[in-house]
Design a protein around this ligand. Structure first.
Ligand SMILES: Nc1ncnc2c1ncn2[C@@H]1O[C@H](COP(=O)(O)OP(=O)(O)OP(=O)(O)O)[C@@H](O)[C@H]1O
Ligand SMILES: [Mg+2]
Length: 251
């Protein structure tokens, strides 16, 4: 289970994000980046953040700690921005939070060299989860305390938008030609040798157990949240074994 906190104050919208994430303070005195369950992208974006974020963490990649944030829609009553107020109003209940990395810088490939080993691990991981949102235009990488941190795993696992077609979709190759780290000679072969053995059924069961039940109900074709958890694990397990041979577009 992810740690559960209760939002006590809405601080400000984070203007950079397309989904308009917000900054909130919670009852544990922490400051969190909040991704709203009522955002237009829908709750599947939040499921993807949890599955991919918790998988990344278990593979040794740096991602901010994830929590669930209980939100009382009344918190938005004093919010002057109409768009933010409507998001707060439609996001009562369980939302996703992540530790706010205060003072983090956006990734600049010219100012921050990345080793082929680290670039390889990130590209391999993005191929595994089919991340289409780590391009040089929008890297979703942060530099914090001298290290590279991964954020924003909402646009991944495209197959979860069409479960009947999951096998064909998850068998597709990954195009890394626009990847933010493509120019750092990513050593994908070493990354695959190191990380593939870690992606086991047991690890994926632990990862998918972190998804809150509230985001898994009423999915057509799935009777119970645990059935859907297994559906998330299966294509990742299959893809882990083969994806290093299906990464295209690297020189
Ligand atoms: N945990 C964090 N700590 C500090 N800054 C963060 C954190 N998470 C996100 N940010 C900043 O906020 C921006 C928007 O966050 P994120 O990319 O997760 O939102 P999004 O709405 O999914 O964005 P996109 O526009 O890429 O779809 C990031 O690019 C980054 O600059
Ligand atoms: Mg982003």
């Amino acid at each position: 289970m992810l740690k559960e906190v209760i939002a006590t104050r809405f601080i400000a919208p984070l203007r950079e994000g397309g989904s308009l994430p917000g900054l909130v303070e919670a009852d544990d005195s922490g400051t969190y980046v909040l991704k709203f369950t009522g955002a237009g992208q829908g709750r599947k974006t939040l499921v993807a953040e949890v599955v991919c974020g918790e998988l990344a963490r278990r593979l040794g990649l740096r991602i901010p700690r994830l929590v669930t944030v209980e939100l009382d829609p009344e918190l938005g009553l004093g919010e002057p921005d109409e768009q933010v107020q409507s998001l707060l109003r439609s996001s009562g209940g369980t939302n996703l939070g992540m530790d706010f990395l205060s003072g983090a810088l956006g990734f600049d490939p010219l100012a921050f060299p990345v080793s082929p080993e680290e670039a390889g691990r990130v590209v391999w991981f993005d191929a595994l989860i089919n991340n289409v949102d780590r391009s040089w235009r929008n890297p979703n990488l942060l530099r914090w305390q001298g290290e590279l941190w991964l954020v924003d795993h909402g646009a991944t696992m495209i197959w979860h938008h069409n479960w009947p077609g999951v096998d064909a979709s998850a068998a597709r190759p990954y195009d890394a030609s626009d990847h933010a780290l493509a120019s750092f000679s990513p050593d994908v072969a070493s990354a695959a040798a190191e990380l593939t053995p870690l992606v086991t059924g047991e690890l994926l069961a632990d990862v998918t157990a972190q998804i809150p039940d509230a985001w898994l109900t009423d999915e057509p074709g799935f009777a119970a949240p645990d059935d859907l958890r297994q559906a998330y694990a299966r294509p990742l397990l299959a893809r882990a074994a083969v994806i290093h041979e299906r990464i295209q577009g690297l020189k």
